[in-house]
Write a protein that binds this ligand. Structure first.
Ligand code: ATP
Ligand code: MG
Length: 756
C-alpha cells in the first residue's frame, strides 16, 4: 500500500506488527507519533472496525490532529476511533458506567480550583494550621495518593505513610483525605485524579464492565508512554489483558512529569509484563538538522539515568545554535522579537514558523511586551483557559447545578450571585447542617426549616428557580436552555449593567460562550444536542482545544511542558539561567536536576531548522531586580555547535548594572559551575558595582601546574586562592575563593588566570 512508502524500514515493521504487545522507545523526532498514526490507518485498511481502536494521546489537540491525518489516509471512518487524553476518554466511559460505583451519570468534574476550595473549607472546619496544611500541599498529597491508587482507607492504614505524616506534624492528613473524598462523593463530583482512580475502581470491581471494554478495544495505542503514572498504567494493562494488542511509544529522555507521578518504571515493567514483547528501535530523527540533534544528544548524555540510544539526523548540518545574552528580561523579549521579525523577512517565513518556549508561565510577559511593540501577532498556549474565567465559571456553575444540584462548589458560587439576599452566615449554616446530617447543602435548601433557624424567603425562591431550570434543560436544546438560564439567573443583566471596560469584556465573554453553545446546538453530526451533553467535558477543555483561530498566522508562546510532541521551524528557548532553568526547586537532588535536563532536551528537540537559546543577566522577580547567572546547561553543550551573540550592550538604567558579571562565553571565556544553595539570597548590585579591573601586568598564564593554596588573579573576579582541584586533564576544575566575589568553580582550560 502506497502510504507505507512514507515510512522507513523499522517504522514500517512497527506499523505492520499489529498483533501482540509492541514497544517503541526512541529519541525525539524519530517518528513515534507517526508510527501510531499510520498504524491506525493500517488497521482500518486491514478491515479492523474503527470502533475497536483506542488511542491515548497526550493532549486533546494531538488527538484532533491525528484524527485529521488518519482521515486523509483512510477517509471518514476515522471519526469513529476512540481517541483522546486519558482523562477525556475515561470521563466518557464513566458517564456511561458511573452508576455502578454509586455516582450519578451526570456527575460533575471538579477542576483544580474547585478541589482546592473544597479542601480549604475542610481545613477550616477541622481547625488545622494553614501553614502546615496548605491547600496546595494537601491537594498534591491527595493527588499523589490517588495516582498510586491509595484510597483514603489505605492511606490511613499504611504504617509508613502515617509515620511520615506524623513526623512532619501533619498527622491529620488521612482524615482530611477521608473528608475530602466523602464530600466529593456526596456532591456527585469527581476531581481530575478521580477520573482515573474511579476508572480503576470500576474495572477492578465490575468484571462485566471490564469484559465489555476489553472486547470493545481490540487494539490499544498509547503515545508519550513515558509520562503515564501508575493509575494510567494499570488501566491500560487491564484493558489490554484479553487481546494484548497493545502498542506503546515513548522516550525516557523526555519524561517530564515525575512531579505528577509519572514513573519510568512503567517502561521497565513493560518487558516483564509482556514476555513476548516486540521492541522496535527508531534511530533516525526526521525533524531536526544535524547540529540540533547533536546538541540534544550532548545535553542528555549528562544524565546518568537513561536508556542508551543512538539518534542521528540525515538532514543538512544546519546553522550553529545561536546563544543570545541580554542584560534584562525585557531586553531579552525585545531582541527576540527583532530576531523573529528579521528572520521572517529574510527567509520568507510565516509567523507560524516561530515558537518561543519558556520554563515558567511568568516569563511570557517580557516576550509579549517585545512582540507587541513590533506588532507581531502571537498566541499563548496553555494560559488561563477560557473556561477558567470568573464570569464563565459563574454561568457554568448554574448549568452544573441544574444537572447536579448536589454539586456543592457550584452551589457556593452562585447561591448569592447575583445578590439575592442569602448572606454568608446563612450559607455557612447550610453547609454546617449538611455536614452534620451527612446530606448535601441542596437537601438542606429543599427543607430548610428542618435544619436551620431563620431561613430567608429568598432561599425557597432560589430552589424554585433551579428547579425551573431543570425543567427547561430537560425539554429544550442546549442554546435555548443556556440563554434562558443566563437571563433568568440574573447573570446577563448583572454583567450588562457593569459599564467598565472589564465589565464589557466579561459580558462579551458570556456572549462568546453562548455562541459556542449555539454552534454546538446546530451541529449535524451529533444526535443529542442538550445542554447536558455540551456540559459533559467542559471541565477538561483547555483553551488550546477550542482554538477557533487555529489557522491564524501567529507566533506560538508556551511552556516547554506544553510543547511536548510539537515541532516548529524556528525555536527560541529563553531564560537559560540558574534558578530559573534549571529551576530553583530542582537543585536539591540529582533526580530533579535530571528531570530539568530532560525538559531542556524536550525544548531543543522541538526545533526543525533553527534553534536559538537566550538568557538575561538580570530579571525582575517578585518586584525586585535580581542578578542571574547563565544556566549550567549552557556549559554542557559542546562549544563547536554554538555561535555566540553577545552584541547586546549593557543598558544603564536605574537599578541595572553598568558592568557585566558572569559573562558566559566559550573558547576563551570562563565556565562557571554554580550550584548555589536553593535558599541562598540572590545578591544584587554589590558585586557588580565593583567589577575587577585587571592589574597592569595581568597575563593569562599556563595553569597546568596549578596547586591548592596558590594565589591567582582572574580577569574579572580579581584575586583569589585555590581551594581545591578535581578532575583529570584537560578537564580539571578548580574551586577558587575570590576576595571580592566569593567562591567560584572554573574549568581551567577556559579560565583566564594569572598565577601570582
Ligand atoms: P517526539 O518524541 O518529539 O514526540 P516523534 O518521535 O513522535 O517525536 P514524529 O512527530 O512522529 O516524531 O515525527 C517527527 C517529524 O518527522 C514529523 O514531521 C514526521 O512527519 C517526520 N517523519 C517521521 N518519520 C518520517 C519518514 N519516514 N519520512 C518522512 N518524514 C518522517
Ligand atoms: Mg511524538
Amino acid at each position: 500500500m502506497d502510504y507505507l512508502a512514507g515510512l522507513n524500514r523499522e517504522q514500517r515493521a512497527a506499523v505492520e506488527q499489529t498483533e501482540g504487545p509492541v514497544m517503541i522507545i526512541a529519541g525525539a523526532g524519530s517518528g513515534k507519533t507517526r508510527v501510531i498514526t499510520f498504524r491506525v490507518a493500517h488497521l482500518i485498511n486491514k478491515g479492523v472496525d474503527a470502533f475497536n481502536i483506542l488511542v491515548l494521546t497526550f493532549t486533546n489537540k494531538a488527538a484532533k490532529e491525528m484524527r485529521e491525518r488518519i482521515n486523509n489516509l483512510v477517509g471518514p471512518d476515522a471519526k469513529n476511533i476512540w481517541m483522546g487524553t486519558f482523562h477525556s476518554v475515561f470521563a466518557k466511559i464513566l458517564r456511561v458506567e458511573a452508576d455502578k460505583i454509586g455516582y450519578p451519570n451526570n456527575f460533575t468534574i471538579y477542576d483544580t480550583d474547585d478541589s482546592k476550595s473544597v479542601l480549604r473549607a475542610i481545613l477550616k472546619e477541622m481547625n488545622l494550621d494553614d501553614k502546615l496544611y496548605n491547600a496546595n500541599f494537601v491537594y498534591n498529597r491527595i493527588s499523589a495518593a490517588k495516582n498510586n491508587l491509595v484510597s483514603w482507607m489505605d492511606y490511613q492504614q499504611n504504617a509508613q505513610i502515617q509515620a511520615d505524616d506524623f513526623s512532619s506534624g501533619r498527622g491529620h492528613l488521612g482524615k482530611v483525605y477521608e473528608n475530602y473524598a466523602k464530600r466529593c462523593f456526596r456532591a456527585g463530583a469527581m476531581d481530575f485524579d478521580d477520573l482515573l482512580f474511579k476508572t480503576n475502581e470500576l474495572l477492578r470491581d465490575h468484571a462485566d464492565v471490564l469484559n465489555k471494554y476489553q472486547h470493545k478495544f481490540k487494539y490499544l495505542m498509547v503515545d508519550e508512554y513515558q509520562d503515564t503514572n501508575f493509575s494510567q498504567y494499570l488501566i491500560v494493562k487491564k484493558l489490554a489483558a484479553v487481546n494484548e494488542n497493545l502498542c506503546v511509544v515513548g522516550d525516557d529522555a523526555q519524561s517530564i512529569y515525575a512531579f505528577r507521578g509519572a514513573n519510568i518504571q512503567n517502561i521497565l515493567n513493560f518487558e516483564k509484563d509482556y514476555p513476548d514483547l516486540k521492541v522496535f528501535k527508531l534511530e533516525q530523527n526526521y525533524r531536526s538538522t544535524q547540529n540540533i540533534v547533536n546538541v540534544a544528544n550532548s545535553i542528555i548524555a549528562n544524565n546518568k539515568e537513561q536508556l542508551k540510544k543512538n539518534v542521528f539526523s540525515e538532514k543538512e548540518t544546519g546553522d550553529k545554535i545561536k546563544v543570545i545574552r541580554a542584560f534584562s528580561d525585557n531586553e531579552e523579549g525585545k531582541i527576540i522579537a527583532e530576531e523573529i521579525m528579521q528572520r521572517r523577512t529574510t527567509n520568507g517565513l510565516k509567523w507560524n514558523d516561530f515558537a518561543i518556549l519558556y520554563r515558567t508561565n511568568a516569563q511570557s510577559r517580557s516576550m509579549e511586551e517585545g512582540l507587541r511593540k513590533l506588532n507581531i501577532p502571537y498566541k499563548i498556549y496553555g494560559g488561563l483557559s477560557f473556561y477558567q474565567r470568573k464570569e464563565i465559571k459563574d454561568l457554568i456553575a448554574y448549568f452544573r447545578l441544574t444537572f447536579n444540584p448536589n454539586d456543592e462548589e457550584a452551589l457556593k458560587r452562585v447561591i448569592n450571585y447575583p445578590k439575592r439576599g442569602i448572606g454568608d452566615t446563612t450559607v455557612d449554616k447550610i453547609i454546617l447542617a449538611a455536614d452534620k446530617n451527612q446530606i448535601t447543602p441542596w437537601e438542606v435548601i429543599l427543607a430548610p426549616t428542618q435544619y436551620i433557624d431563620k431561613t430567608p424567603a429568598s432561599l425557597a425562591n432560589f430552589a424554585t428557580m433551579i428547579q425551573s431550570f431543570q425543567v427547561i434543560a430537560k425539554n429544550q436544546l442546549a442554546y435555548d436552555a443556556a440563554l434562558h438560564i443566563a437571563q433568568h439567573s440574573g447573570v446577563l443583566k448583572d454583567l450588562y449593567e457593569d459599564k467598565s471596560v472589564e465589565g464589557l469584556n466579561r459580558y462579551e465573554n458570556i456572549q462568546e460562550l453562548l455562541n459556542g453553545i449555539k454552534e454546538f446546538q446546530e451541529r449535524e453530526d451529533i444526535e443529542e444536542r442538550g445542554l447536558d451533553v455540551f456540559m459533559q467535558d467542559v471541565a477538561l477543555l483547555t483553551n488550546d482545544d477550542n482554538d477557533k483561530n487555529k489557522d491564524a498566522d501567529t507566533v506560538s508562546l508556551m511552556t516547554i511542558h506544553s510543547s511536548k510532541g510539537l515541532e516548529f521551524q524556528n525555536v527560541h528557548v529563553v531564560g537559560l539561567e540558574e534558578n530559573l532553568f534549571p529551576s530553583q526547586m530542582s537543585l536539591n537532588s540529582r533526580s530533579d536536576l535530571e528531570e530539568e535536563r530532560r525538559l531542556f532536551y524536550v525544548a531543543i528537540t522541538r526545533a526543525e531548522h533553527k534553534l536559538t537559546i537566550s538568557y538575561a543577566t538580570s530579571r525582575f522577580k517578585f518586584g525586585t531586580l535580581i542578578n542571574c547567572e547563565p544556566s549550567r546547561f549552557l556549559d554542557e553543550i559542546d562549544a563547536k555547535y554554538l555561535e555566540l551573540d553577545f552584541t547586546a550592550k549593557p543598558q544603564p538604567s536605574p537599578g541595572s548594572f553598568g558592568n557585566e558579571r558572569a559573562a558566559w562565553s566559550r573558547g576563551g571565556g570562563d565556565t562557571f559551575s554554580k550550584p548555589k544553595p536553593a535558599s541562598a539570597p540572590v545578591k544584587t548590585t554589590s558585586v557588580l558595582a565593583k567589577a575587577h579591573v585587571p592589574s597592569p601586568d595581568f597575563k593569562p598564564s599556563d595553569t597546568s601546574n596549578l596547586q591548592v593554596g596558590m594565589e591567582v588573579e582572574h580577569e574579572r573576579f580579581g584575586f583569589g586562592k585555590v581551594i581545591s582541584l578535581e578532575g583529570n586533564k584537560p578537564d580539571v576544575k578548580a574551586t577558587i575563593f575570590f576576595k571580592e566575589v566569593g567562591q567560584k568553580q572554573l574549568l581551567l582550560k577556559f579560565a583566564k588566570l594569572h598565577v601570582l
